[in-house]
Design a protein around this ligand. Structure first.
Ligand SMILES: *Cc1c(COP(=O)(O)O)cnc(C)c1O
Length: 371
């Protein structure tokens, strides 16, 4: 492209490292020469049981009885979904906003807080979207690494916030990719800092704990949630956030009006109505997580970190990064996908999402063959 045209584009974006998105399942299956149904996908923490039966029935009913609903713009205020969420999380609808996945809400919150040069504290290793999005807004990301056991260095964060005049801190609880839970006492201590504290509870249903009850009484707290993992709706893109009325007003001002599509809102409401079925599924995944953790820990030269989520981080204490990559590749050849992170501090680790029992058995069998 002529320089006169690239000169019109943002040089700070040209300088950004390209984001590596996932390869679509169909492409992978083709590459491996396997039918899509044969692929065991344990690389993105999706729900191996799929969406709730009621969510599927609700979508089928629209197609059958009211297909025109898909021809009409969605409700920009997400009125019905926020009413249902209000009952689910025990916060008034005025403190709830919905997004196309919690990824959109992470982005919106950053837009509302960060101007170029502002500081965000990040606690790696963690979800990469935080530092990626912050960089897009020209914010300076100050890392305060987690401890060896991946706990948040609370006093280190407090010190960095003061030293750098940070405005924003994102913490995933439980953390991704490590599975580490975050103590409520740590959240309460961090809320005393002069920052906006965003707690990303993408895996809260698996952990069985939440700080969403603190929203409102602690005006600098933002809690992010999603239907992608426990509700099995990752492909429909639906998440939400709860925060104090004074803060949420900023997000409503900048939100695209039709950010949540009609199908996503219908499926999310039906999933909340199907809460019992969903929580049975969650319990099944948690039981499988513990079975899988014990079996993985029995493999020689593998350390399994404790997880409060629906995935397990494993470190190769023998063989290091080369072994981690070989396992990723060996499993892929057998049609089993897991996550490998080519990142400092994690390059000898793999992350495995918990699947259905038979999928986990296939994984363990393949790992034994590879070991
Ligand atoms: C999966 C994940 C998300 C993304 O959720 P979406 O609602 O699908 O955008 C957010 N935060 C963490 C920590 C995650 O692991």
């Amino acid at each position: 492209m002529p320089a006169s045209i690239t000169g019109l584009l943002r040089p700070d974006i040209a300088a950004l490292e390209a984001y590596t998105p996932i390869v679509p399942l169909e492409t992978l299956a083709e590459r491996l020469g396997l039918p899509v149904e044969r692929i065991i996908k344990l690389d993105a923490n999706e729900n191996p049981y799929g969406p709730s039966p009621r969510a599927l029935a609700a979508l089928a009913a629209v197609e059958r009885d009211a297909p025109h609903r898909y021809a009409i713009y969605p409700d920009p205020d997400h009125t019905r979904l926020r009413a249902a969420l209000s009952r689910y999380i025990g916060q008034p609808p005025e403190r709830i906003i919905c997004g196309a996945g919690s990824d959109e809400l992470i982005d919106l919150l950053m837009r509302a807080v960060l101007r170029p040069g502002d500081v965000m504290v990040d606690c790696p290793p963690t979800f990469a979207m935080y530092s990626f999005d912050a960089a897009l807004y020209g914010a300076r990301v100050v890392p305060v690494p987690r401890t060896e056991q991946f706990d948040v260095d609370v006093e280190g964060v407090a010190e960095a916030v003061e030293r750098e005049g940070a405005k924003l801190l994102f913490l995933a609880a439980p953390n991704n990719p490590t599975g580490t839970p975050l103590a409520r006492s740590a959240v309460e201590r961090l809320l005393d800092l002069p920052i906006i504290l965003a707690i990303d509870e993408a895996y809260a249903e698996f952990a069985g704990t939440s700080v969403v009850d603190l929203v409102g009484t602690r005006p600098n707290l933002v809690v992010l949630r999603t239907f992608s993992k426990w509700a099995g709706l990752a492909g429909l893109r639906i998440g939400y956030a709860a925060m104090h009325e004074d803060v949420i007003a900023y997000l409503w001002k900048i939100k695209q009006p039709y950010n949540v599509n009609v199908a996503a809102e219908i499926a999310a409401i039906a999933s909340l109505e199907d809460r019992e079925e969903r929580m049975t599924t969650v319990a099944r995944i948690v039981a499988e997580r513990d079975r899988l953790a014990a079996a993985l820990a029995a493999l020689p030269g593998v350390h399994v970190y404790p997880s409060a989520a629906n995935f397990l981080l494993c470190r190769m204490t023998d063989g290091g990064a080369a072994r981690a990559r070989a396992i990723r590749d060996g499993l892929a050849r057998r049609g089993i996908l897991i996550r490998y992170f080519n990142r400092p501090g994690l390059d000898d680790c793999i992350r495995i999402s918990v699947g259905r029992p038979e999928q986990n058995d296939a994984l363990l069998q393949a790992l034994e063959e590879l070991a």
